[in-house]
Structures are given as structure tokens and as C-alpha cells.
Design a protein around this ligand. Structure first.
Ligand SMILES: Cc1cc2nc3c(=O)[nH]c(=O)nc-3n(C[C@H](O)[C@H](O)[C@H](O)COP(=O)(O)OP(=O)(O)OC[C@H]3O[C@@H](n4cnc5c(N)ncnc54)[C@H](O)[C@@H]3O)c2cc1C
Length: 461
């Protein structure tokens, strides 16, 4: 079989597929291996299925609770067919995975093989039992679910994100541990479908780097739509109430609390999937959390082997996985690798309302000793938000105090995941707030929020 492998890519998720394509486009022979099922986290159990479920859940919530705001009513009670939603989601996912597979198979220079890969040396390994030798390799094996160990936690009570995506019977009450994107999105999904959801997180300020006021307002908007929050908790134990429900015991500021629940969604983060790779044989080092250590070229401690995506632990989001995948694929092939520049990485949480940010928050800028000015505007100042009855939201911009370059944006509100690109684009081109202020915006749009704030910050009328 393949006698000469210029580049072996381990893992055909998003990072791996981009790495393989980049190297193939440079004329190299690439072998892309995956243990299956083919598709990667984003398509199979991540971005795509979660959003496919959130969309009907949000519409259902709007029909049940917000039609009156729009002067609408329907006869009877709106109903939701959860098995139908899950079926539709599965059909979409199957098609997306199939399209991704075809696209790889049709790319000249890439051979797709299935099997679990394990290193046997610095430039060799086995795919199941078949030996492979490679010149260069990219590790893109992603992440796996990690369950925290808390005393008394019965496996029967546990839901993982994978489980929630397949649930047809919604628990009457759910405890969500972890206030990251997965906990918030899937917590709100269950809440929209009628579960009584409480989300608990150890951090008292939700996320240490976010703006405290904006975070409070965002979480408040989620609470007003039915998601209860307990922040700053210290987990103690689980037990079962006498003859009754499971119960979670925790402390906040030294005071003891208990929440009874039917199911607990563990959304406390994932771990790098390096099990079985036999990294020591390849002399590839990991961090103390088990992520693969990479340098500014995305090179591991073995300079013939690169890594990209969730397995590096840099930031577990799709856009960075594909960006780094492409860079790792190229760098593995180029005679002299190029330094991977730090891109503007917009990120979002697809709750209703949405949260999004790009660039630096004020506290991140302060930590880097960058002198900044900030500006803030609520969605309720924007005509389109008023007429659409979507005034829950706010925007904060961070600019350099002297150069006036836009350094960061943080926001929540209707359509934030799309809106954020306006300023991400400006930041990519190092625009100042004064240059941004000159851009005409369509009226009425949600995007005008940036223009209004730029007007304020440049003292324009
Ligand atoms: C519920 C959920 C929702 C999410 N939503 C979003 C979102 O909205 N936006 C966003 O940006 N990100 C989101 N993410 C994160 C995003 O999905 C990941 O950051 C991204 O998919 C990671 O891609 P990857 O290529 O690094 O890894 P993966 O896509 O996980 O690919 C790794 C591949 O490696 C293969 N593999 C592993 N070990 C081996 C081995 N030894 N041999 C051969 N093959 C192997 C696996 O089978 C897999 O196909 C979400 C994640 C979750 C869990």
C-alpha cells in the first residue's frame, strides 16, 4: 500500500480536512485517516446538530411566550414534535457528512482511509494493523467528552451533550453544570422544550474576561426567558432525596444549597482526544492538560509532526480549527514554515438572545497594558431593534486610546453572531473608529448600532 506518504493527516474532522486540502493543493500526496464515523465533531455532534435543534426550540418559545408582543395570537396551545425535530436534524447531519466525504474523495491528491492510527516511531505508525511511513504528519484528532468526578454522582442521572442531541423525552427538570457555550445553548434548548433548567457554574462572574455589566445583562436576558442561574458555586456532592429525586449539594459564599433534579447535563468542558495515539513513540510532547504542545508554526516537539484544532487546546472553535488546519497542512509541506499570525477570532453563543465577541475585551487589553477607551450602546437605541421588538441587547467597543484602532467588540442581542463580523472585518484591516464612522449603513438595520456608537465615539452628529 501507500509507499510514499508526503503528508499523513490523522483525523478527518474540520482541522484535518483543511490540512489535507492545503497540502494536496501544493501538489503533495496526502493520506487522511479517520477512525470514524466520518464527519468530525462540528457536523456530527457539535455546531450543526445543536443549531438544527435550537432553531425550532427558539421558534417554539417565541410562539408560546412572545406572540402577543407582535400583536399575534394562535388558537390552542402550540405543540412541538421532538422526535420529528431530531429526525430532521439527523437527516441534515447525514447529508452534510456525506457531502464532506464526497468533497474529500473528489480532491486530487488525497486518499481517505478508515482506521484508528497509532504511532510506532517518529515517522511511522499503524492504521489498525497496517504499517504506515510518512515524511510529515498533522495530528487533528480533536476532543472527547470529559465527565468530572463529583462524589455521589450516579451515571444513570447523567446527560452529555451527545445525549441531549438525541433526546426525545425531555426531563421535567435539568441541572446543567458548566456555563460555557455548550451548557448555555443546550440548557436553553431543554428550557424552551419545557424542562425546568438550572445552570450552575463555579465562576462568580460567568467568564472572567467578559465585561461584568454586559455579562450580567446577557445572563439576565437568559433568565427572563426561563433559564435559572447559580454562579460562583462550589460543588460538594450528589445524593438522592429520601424516596425522591437526585439532588445536587453546593455552596455559594460559604452558604449551603441543594437543587433537586431529574437529569444533570455535564457541560464542564472536553479533553484532547489523544488516547491510543502513542505520542511518546513519536516524541510528541503534551501540556499538563494533555493537549498537544505546538509552537508558532503549529509544529510539535517532533518537527516532522504538526497539530491543529481542538487537540491543541488553543481555542475549541470551528473557525480556528479550520484556519490552523490549513496553516498546519501548509507548514508541514513548505521547506521553511511560516509563523502563524494571530487572527481576529469572532466567537458566538447561539442562545436567544445571542452573545458574540471578537478581539480584546477591556480586561484583556488592560492585562496587556494597552491604554484603551471604551464605548457602549444598548440595542434599545436602535430603530430596527425597537420596531422588531428585539431590544434586549448591548454592545461594547474597545479602542486604542491613542491610535484609536478598534481592538475589540463584545455584544449580546438579536443576530449578534452575524453582526459581530462587521467589526471583526474592521479589526482585520486595523481600522480606526474614525475610519469606521465614515461607512454608511443601511437604515433601518441592526448593524446601525455600530455606526451610532462610532458617531458617539468620534463626536460626529
Ligand atoms: C455541542 C457542541 C456545539 C458546538 N458548537 C460550536 C459552534 O456553534 N461554533 C463553533 O465554532 N464551534 C462549536 N463547537 C466546537 C467545534 O465543533 C470544534 O471546535 C471543532 O469541530 C473541532 O474540530 P477538530 O477538527 O479539531 O476535531 P474533530 O472534528 O473532533 O475531528 C477529530 C477527528 O479525529 C478522528 N480521530 C480521533 N482519534 C483518531 C485516531 N487515533 N485515528 C484516526 N482518527 C482519529 C475522530 O474520529 C474525528 O473525526 C461545538 C462543540 C460541541 C461539543
Amino acid at each position: 500500500m501507500h509507499t510514499k506518504i508526503d503528508l499523513l493527516v490523522i483525523g478527518a474532522g474540520s482541522a484535518g480536512r483543511y490540512a489535507a486540502r492545503a497540502a494536496a493543493s501544493l501538489g503533495k500526496s496526502v493520506v487522511l485517516v479517520d477512525k470514524g464515523p466520518f464527519g468530525g465533531l462540528c457536523i456530527l455532534k457539535g455546531c450543526m446538530p445543536s443549531k438544527a435543534l435550537l432553531r425550532p426550540a427558539h421558534v417554539f418559545h417565541l410562539m408560546k411566550h412572545r406572540l402577543g408582543e407582535l400583536g399575534l395570537s394562535i388558537e390552542g396551545t402550540p405543540r412541538i414534535d421532538i422526535p420529528a425535530i431530531v429526525r430532521m436534524k439527523n437527516a441534515m447531519i447525514r447529508e452534510m457528512a456525506e457531502d464532506a466525504r464526497k468533497s474529500v474523495e473528489q480532491t486530487r491528491g488525497i486518499s481517505l482511509l478508515s482506521g484508528r492510527f497509532s504511532f510506532t516511531g517518529p515517522q511511522s505508525g499503524v492504521l489498525d494493523d497496517t504499517p504506515l511511513h510518512f515524511d510529515k504528519a498533522v495530528i487533528a484528532t480533536g476532543s472527547r467528552i470529559h465527565l468530572p468526578s463529583i462524589p455521589g454522582l450516579d451515571p444513570e442521572w447523567i446527560l452529555t451533550s451527545d445525549d441531549v442531541l438525541e433526546l426525545e423525552d425531555i426531563p421535567s427538570s435539568t441541572l446543567v453544570l458548566g456555563g460555557g457555550p455548550v451548557g448555555l445553548e443546550l440548557g436553553q434548548y431543554l428550557s424552551c422544550l419545557g424542562s425546568d433548567v438550572t445552570l450552575a457554574d463555579t465562576n462568580p462572574n460567568w467568564h472572567p474576561q467578559t465585561d461584568p455589566l454586559l455579562a450580567r445583562e446577557y445572563l439576565g436576558a437568559l433568565e427572563s426567558r426561563g433559564l435559572a442561574m447559580r454562579l460562583g458555586i462550589r460543588a460538594e456532592r450528589f445524593d438522592r432525596e429520601e424516596g425522591g429525586k437526585p439532588c445536587f449539594h453546593f455552596q455559594v459564599d460559604g452558604k449551603k444549597h441543594a437543587i433537586p433534579f431529574d437529569k444533570v447535563l455535564l457541560a464542564t468542558g472536553r479533553r484532547p482526544d489523544t488516547a491510543g495515539l502513542n505520542l511518546p513513540a513519536a516524541q510528541v510532547h503534551t501540556t499538563r492538560h494533555g493537549h498537544i504542545q505546538v509552537d508558532a508554526f503549529l509544529r510539535t516537539s517532533n518537527h516532522s509532526i504538526f497539530a491543529a484544532g481542538d487537540v491543541t487546546g488553543i481555542l475549541p472553535v470551528l473557525n480556528l480549527a479550520t484556519f490552523h488546519g490549513e496553516m498546519a497542512g501548509r507548514n508541514a509541506i513548505l521547506p521553511i514554515p511560516v509563523t502563524v499570525r494571530e487572527p481576529v477570532v469572532p466567537i458566538a453563543i447561539f442562545t436567544d438572545p445571542e452573545y458574540a465577541r471578537a478581539g480584546l475585551t477591556e480586561s484583556q487589553a488592560q492585562a496587556r497594558r494597552i491604554p484603551v477607551r471604551t464605548g457602549r450602546i444598548p440595542f434599545s437605541d436602535v430603530g430596527k431593534a425597537i420596531v422588531y421588538r428585539e431590544t434586549d441587547g448591548a454592545l461594547k467597543i474597545v479602542i486604542h486610546a491613542k491610535s484609536r484602532e478598534i481592538l475589540g467588540v463584545e455584544m449580546f442581542g438579536h443576530g449578534a453572531s452575524d453582526l459581530v463580523h462587521t467589526l471583526a472585518t474592521a479589526m482585520h484591516f486595523h481600522a480606526t473608529i474614525d475610519q469606521y464612522q465614515e461607512i454608511l449603513h443601511i437604515h433601518p438595520t441592526f448593524s446601525e448600532i455600530f455606526k451610532y456608537l462610532a458617531d458617539d465615539m468620534t463626536d460626529a452628529i
